[in-house]
Design a protein around this ligand. Structure first.
Ligand SMILES: [Zn+2]
Length: 96
């Protein structure tokens, strides 16, 4: 994933958290109406958890790619600014 796409995905996922919360609150309010069974409440809660889960997964995967700084070893995070290239001094990881 390219960086602009990851930023866009994380932004959309963050913006969608509010509609998800609204959807859940709307579902809970609607389930209090007379004549609405417990099944509708369960459907709303399950759908809302699934929606939230989708956006949390997008958000986490978008942020995970930025975890390591350019000078850190991608395998172990070791600070390689003092190294002269070659495999990582900490774990032996060879940069591609
Ligand atoms: Zn390493």
């Amino acid at each position: 994933m390219s960086r602009p796409f990851r930023v866009l995905a994380a932004t959309v996922a963050t913006l969608m958290l509010l509609p998800c919360l609204g959807f859940g609150l709307f579902g809970l309010a609607a389930s209090q109406e007379p004549g609405v069974g417990i099944g509708a409440t369960i459907v709303y809660i399950v759908l809302d958890i699934l929606l939230l889960g989708v956006f949390v997964v997008i958000w986490r995967s978008a942020l995970r790619a930025d975890r390591n700084l350019p000078w850190e070893c991608p395998a172990c995070g070791y600070d390689r600014r003092e190294s002269t290239g070659g495999p990582c001094a900490e774990c032996g990881h060879v940069a591609a």
